[in-house]
Design a protein around this ligand. Structure first.
Ligand code: NAP
Length: 187
């Protein structure tokens, strides 16, 4: 087997071990240097990307880490509207009705399945929205990547894992002023 076939087989195995029919989609905005965050916040404010994120994720469960959840609530004054936020944490959190706390990855997937069925019309898709620790854990099992490439090189302390071209191929590309919207599927 070639290296690429081995990687594909490993991803297939990881995906099968999850035992979910959900389509899992990672969505991220990443700078040229791989940076996605700094001091618990996004390193930029790009309205076109925020609109893109809202359009893609509205009506679906969105899985995220506790740090990302807290930064969204600090910024918006509330959790993501018209979506179910599924927050990975080892802590006890007091959360509103459109937020579900999950203590590990399996629990997050099960919560996303339930939320998709019971709250979002059974469309069967869930987004993985970071941060770095959550992308790291989910990249081996997501089906698709929705990536905004940001044409900057900011300082940062949170990074997206490498998108290996032997595993992922670009299926859509839309270049704008400061950003490029890309979609990737597994080879
Ligand atoms: N550019 C983008 O598209 C984008 C998107 C999202 C986030 N970000 C940025 O990424 C940075 C945050 O990333 P981060 O890695 O520091 O934090 P994070 O992934 O948002 O949250 C980390 C926390 O999630 C919880 N967690 C993660 N995996 C878990 C598991 N398997 N089981 C239980 N709990 C788990 C833990 O919470 P507890 O400590 O509570 O146990 C952990 O401390 C921020 O700067 C944010 O702005 C950027």
């Amino acid at each position: 087997m070639t290296g690429s076939e081995t990687a594909t087989r490993a991803a297939d195995d990881a995906r099968a071990a999850l035992e979910t029919d959900l389509e899992l989609v990672a969505i991220v905005a990443v700078a040229r240097n791989g940076v996605i965050g700094v001091d618990g916040e996004m390193p930029w404010h790009i309205p076109a990307d925020m609109k893109h994120f809202r359009r893609e994720t509205t009506g679906h469960p969105v899985i995220m880490g506790r740090v990302t959840y807290e930064s969204i609530v600090a910024g918006l004054g509330e959790p993501l509207p018209e979506r179910t936020s599924i927050v990975l944490t080892t802590r006890e959190l007091d959360t509103p009705a459109n937020v579900i706390v999950a203590n590990d990855v399996d629990e997050a997937i099960a919560a996303a399945e339930r939320a998709s069925r019971e709250r979002h019309g059974g469309i069967g898709r869930a987004f993985v929205a970071g941060g770095a620790s959550v992308y790291e854990q989910f990249l081996p099992v997501v089906d698709r990547l929705v990536v905004t490439e940001v044409d900057r090189d900011p300082d940062g302390d949170a990074f997206f894992p490498e998108i290996d071209p032997e595993t992922w191929r670009v299926t859509a590309r839309d270049e704008r002023d400061e950003v490029t919207f890309l979609e990737y599927e597994r080879r």
